[in-house]
Ligand binder design. Sequence first.
Ligand code: CMC
Length: 436
Amino acid sequence: MKLADNKATLSFSNGSPDVELPVYQGTVGPDVIDIRKLYAQTGMFTYDPGFMSTGSCQSAITYIDGDKGELLYRGYPIEQLATQCDFMETCHLLLYGELPNAEDKRKFSRTVTMHTMVNEQMQFFLRGFRRDAHPMAIMTGLVGALSAFYHDSTDINNPEHREISAIRLIAKMPTLVAMAYKYNAGQPYIYPKNDLSYAGNFLHMMFATPCEEYVVNPVLERALDRIFILHADHEQNASTSTVRLCGSSGTNPFAAIAAGVACLWGPAHGGANEAALNMLHDIQRQGGVDKIGDFIKQVKDKNSGIKLMGFGHRVYKNYDPRAKLMQETCKEVLGELGLQNDPLFKLAMALEKIALEDEYFVSRKLYPNVDFYSGIVQRAIGIPVGLFTAVFALARTVGWIAQLNEMIGDPEYKIGRPRQLYTGAIRRDVLDLAKR
Ligand code: CMC
């Protein structure tokens, strides 16, 4: 980051002296005002719940221009990565900063492939869960438990430990998600197969059984790979900030990523794909396309508590570029499976059209986000609704790890410790129990 020519001056109406604050510039995007010395200079904190105007770190990984609807990983537009690269190349890019050449790609993919199996004890740990446990409850537990299985890579300050735990996490997440699914379905776990691609292997571990040969459908494989690319990173979102904050205490990488998984679970974040599909199901049950008008009325009524799930974003005030790519993938997958007339897809398209023309959504700049179509694609592939957010977690793991490692390598990093505006009781004394 570079010091800008200008400075910010903070003045007070009560006559306190002005405070000059340095301004920094990034390579692109808004400048930031450095308030780190503000408390020492004024005795005051800034107040920004929800981080509406607060940059929590400097980062060279992902850039979003929410007004333009632009998303770049390490400078590359998401549209180019989604159409010209695969997920392994994207992981290499996010972790190491550059797209791999052919030899680096072969080596990296091979390394990841060689770590896809999980410690056999993991299945006994999994067995402790109820069969009907939510996959995200299972994933939070399993990812945290990895720290107990891979003791040799838990020192966040050791670059070799960080490297191997990054590979392990990326490699083992598909295995764990598929195990959570198989456990719920009451089917035997399927071990990874080394001659398959990352996405192909996930399909195999999900849908193969020991009874017959499973052949990976290349269209579904490519679609899943694209879902992974589109979800791989998204700068300082809630779960990534959680991973950074958790990791800032020096905890091990598995524990920090488990915190990210827990945060992602919420319906305002990664849980939105599940919530969006459930919403489409509800509208369908109530009468389908004809009921969209009634549904939109409910969404606009602030007292209803109903939101159009898969719409709106804190940063995008334009069409989410990932949603466009996901809509394309949706058409491809439904075409491949002969589901062009899928009623939920038709309903989603009709809902989107009406919402995009409605004054409520237009004036608030609410557009479809990545989760609007990703649920339909996953459902068509055969992934159960309850597993959608776990698939998102699988894909986001590389982003979390890249951001965590970037933070640890930043000489300016400190434990994250926000302050507060205290509004509780002032000092008081405890009365004897009989007098309270
Ligand atoms: N349906 C109806 N109204 C909405 C929606 C929606 N989906 N999203 C925002 N609004 C309204 C909101 O009520 C507010 O209206 P008003 O100004 O009249 O009070 C206005 O738009 C601004 O919204 P906000 O809640 O202040 O915006 P935010 O930045 O705090 O919230 C959000 C962003 C993503 C949490 C929110 O848009 C939302 O809940 N969307 C639905 C859930 C969803 O799809 N989440 C996935 C996000 S993308 C994947 C990911 O990154 O995890």
